[in-house]
Write a protein that binds this ligand. Sequence first.
Ligand SMILES: NC(=O)c1ccc[n+]([C@@H]2O[C@H](COP(=O)([O-])OP(=O)(O)OC[C@H]3O[C@@H](n4cnc5c(N)ncnc54)[C@H](O)[C@@H]3O)[C@@H](O)[C@H]2O)c1
Length: 341
Amino acid sequence: MMYLIIGGAGYIGSHIVKRMYEEGRQFIVLDDLSTGHLEALQAIENNADHFGGKIVFIKGNAGDMSLLRQLFMDYPIKAVIHLAACSLVGESMQKPGKYFLNNVSNTVSLLECMMEYNIKQIVFSSTAAVYGEPEIIPILEDVETRPANVYGASKLMVENILEWYGRIYGLRYVVLRYFNAAGADPSAVIGEDHKNETHLIPILARAALGLIPCFSLFGDDYATADGTCVRDYIHVNDLASAHLLAVDALNDGRSSRIYNLGNNQGYSVREVLNAMEQVSGVSIPCAVLERRAGDPAILVASSEKIKQELGWRPVHTDIYDIVGTAWEWHRKHPQGYDARD
Ligand SMILES: NC(=O)c1ccc[n+]([C@@H]2O[C@H](COP(=O)([O-])OP(=O)(O)OC[C@H]3O[C@@H](n4cnc5c(N)ncnc54)[C@H](O)[C@@H]3O)[C@@H](O)[C@H]2O)c1
């Protein structure tokens, strides 16, 4: 069984690659390195306690049909894990075309090539942003999807397209709607390194390292216990284990599914800030600013469905564990992968 992992040099993709490499699974990685890091794949090879061979890496675009055809001819790929996307909510509202082209149009090109080569299994990275601001918490998979930004809309479009390919061609898929991916592999050899960082935990780590002078907290007057927004943080290695369960389920012939991936538990911005201060031992300067438009007060997933159907069991559920692994990565790689450390 060989997999094509598209976006495997990115933050979440590299953690999936690490797990697959350690388990001795067969895969190749396709990534255009627009936001990913080849160094992540090299770190995985260098730090494994056995030599699993060179990771086959192809630099290229998920929508390049001639490249995809070549890959599908050259390698016996049976399933695709598709993580490649643009995923900055704010940018998506300024450059919608970039998001529809990369996230939707390129995925259609990929699906067309997959159908040509009779590859009919895919695991797709979707997002909590497909829900918008649901009224009932925790969020179940079958609530109405009402994305509030182009990023979420682009992911929901792909979910709908997958459904049509399922009906027409018999494609089977697992859509994984991640909540807030966080943390790093406990080895600290790979982690989160986004040039344009918008995620809370890496921003706090950078503040603790003194790389940014002050942490900006957007709004402390929400209807939550301490007034700050509550989110559901899921450890990146728990996301990785869900992907392995998903590809195995498809390989076992299971039908298509959509699953949330979160921890069924929310933490406020202040709670995460406190956790970072504790694990780093640094007091982080914080400025409270106005709310940002479009930030819901609380977003927490129900992940019961994937637990019951695939037996998924998250391991890193404690916020100190999640923040601690992130801190270790940032402490050891303050400049990310680019630094020669
Ligand atoms: N990080 C989160 O909290 C989160 C939450 C929900 C959903 N997601 C989704 O998970 C996926 C991975 O997110 P991430 O945080 O690891 O992001 P990332 O930017 O680190 O990884 C994306 C990877 O895809 C590659 N890529 C992008 N467009 C490509 C293309 N056209 N062809 C080939 N490669 C391409 C990038 O170079 C990068 O390596 C994305 O689809 C994202 O929308 C992430």
